[in-house]
Design a protein around this ligand. Structure first.
Ligand SMILES: [Zn+2]
Ligand SMILES: [Zn+2]
Length: 224
């Protein structure tokens, strides 16, 4: 009975695409009225773009925005294509502009010769801000440490966290990249992420989904 009720209450749908050589998870989230947003578009090849575009077109989705948890190269490779195709805003934390400015050099370093520079974000959000797109509602959680101004998008009513590279199933984000810090990441996870309800499903930037409850009991960050 409980299960049935939960399913009925679910008003958003989350599709996961794993894109680019970094195996980054791009999330397409939509409601039953065809409102949609894309979190961390990592689509890079023509085929990856096509797969995403086809689903959007076939389902007549109205893309409202691109949401970036942070601006590492693997999470913004598709920003330019999607911002242009759907004429939408890119939403990020202003503190990530420095991370975004390093993507061009990273693209050269990693050989992403086809990288089309991401437009600058047009809407800046911070801790506590609320975003609404039809029935899709997110509260912004500021949780730096993997990058300088990493944010997560929390949907309380469906117990969903779009967590980017903060916390993974059985691991956690790197803290050795520019702007990263182990102390800061640890603090973010303990005070901002592990304080969410245990049934919250975490949709991470890499790897499979997990829950707050399961990571709180076994994630290696507990030993750092
Ligand atoms: Zn990252
Ligand atoms: Zn990543």
């Amino acid at each position: 009975m409980q299960r049935k009720n939960n399913i009925k209450r679910m008003s958003i749908h989350i599709r996961t695409y794993t894109f680019n050589p970094f195996q980054e998870n791009t999330y397409l989230i939509h409601d039953d009225q065809n409102n949609a947003v894309i979190v961390d578009p990592g689509c890079y090849t023509a085929q990856e773009r096509e797969v995403l575009d086809e689903f959007i077109q076939n389902n007549d989705l109205k893309i409202h925005a691109i949401l970036n948890t942070h601006c590492h190269i693997d999470h913004v490779l598709g920003n330019a294509h999607l911002a242009r195709t759907y004429s939408v805003d890119i939403i990020a934390h202003e503190g990530e502009l420095s991370t975004l400015s390093m993507v061009g050099p990273s693209a050269q370093l990693y050989g992403f010769t086809g990288y089309e520079p991401s437009p600058l974000p047009t809407i800046f959000v911070e801790e506590g801000d609320e975003l609404t797109f039809g029935e899709i509602r997110f509260k912004v959680i500021f949780a730096p440490g993997h990058s300088i101004a990493h944010i997560a998008f929390y949907n309380e009513e469906n117990a969903v966290l779009m967590g980017g590279d903060i916390l993974f199933k059985g691991s956690f984000g790197r803290y050795d990249l520019p702007g990263g810090s182990l102390e800061t990441l640890k603090n973010s996870i303990r005070t901002k992420i592990f304080t969410l309800p245990e049934n919250t499903v975490v949709y991470p930037g890499h790897g499979p989904e997990t829950t707050i409850g399961s990571e709180k009991s076994s994630n290696p960050i507990l030993h750092y």
